[in-house]
Design a protein around this ligand. Sequence first.
Ligand SMILES: [Zn+2]
Length: 276
Amino acid sequence: MFIVDAHVHIYPPEFESNRDSIATGEPWFDKLTKSKVHRWVSAEDLIASMDKNNIACSYATSFAFHDQGLCRIANDYVLNAAKQYPNRIKALTVVSPNRPGACEEIARCAEEGAIGVGEIFPEGQNFDITNTSETWRLVSSCLEHNLFLMFHTAEQVGHQYSGKGNVGAKEAAKFCLNHSDIKVIFSHFGAGLWAFEAMPEMKLILSNAYYDTAAMPWLYNEKILDAIFAIGAGHKILFGSDWPILDFSKYKKLLDLTRLDTEQKSMLLKENVSTL
Ligand SMILES: [Zn+2]
């Protein structure tokens, strides 16, 4: 099956060699790269893993820094990877939304072939997605260049882990209320926001929202996927692995346990993402 993985991370080699000096000004980068599950991976490693797992195309990003200069270095690496492996890697780029230069960087990346902006990390980047005075520039730049947005969100219940952050379903819903015109992916099942697609007024407010499966094997059992389809949001869920911290095989095992039919699996693994 032609599979699209809508959420992977790759890193330029200088992030590894300069880890300690970068980490002094970027506490979230420090936390994440120190965590046991972190792995430094290149575009070549990504292609090898995709070949092994029968993945046709990946949407790759790097790390959303607070510093705009570091975002730029991350973007250069990802954009270059997408040029090197056209059709296999598509570039998602990062900006520090509240720092000077964010709109210019979005324009530059769009010109260089980026298809979206993300995975924006609201807490780590001091960015309030509920506040229109902070979000309007980011949203209008993305709209101007026909890019979708991807935000890191996480369920505000359950166990803690590094990089979880404090942005959940409530904040994501507020963003959609403020901005109905931009297609937005809320990572990690939108922190549970998909469940509110069963409320008529929320279904309307969330009409531009998508959700991805990133980190599913650590967070949920397979029934969440059955539930998303049962609630009528099956056309909005995208397969995203969060590779390299998790591999496709872990998702495959869960997918096999679901009640999804072939058509629904195909929506999840490749078709829904094409509507972005
Ligand atoms: Zn994330």
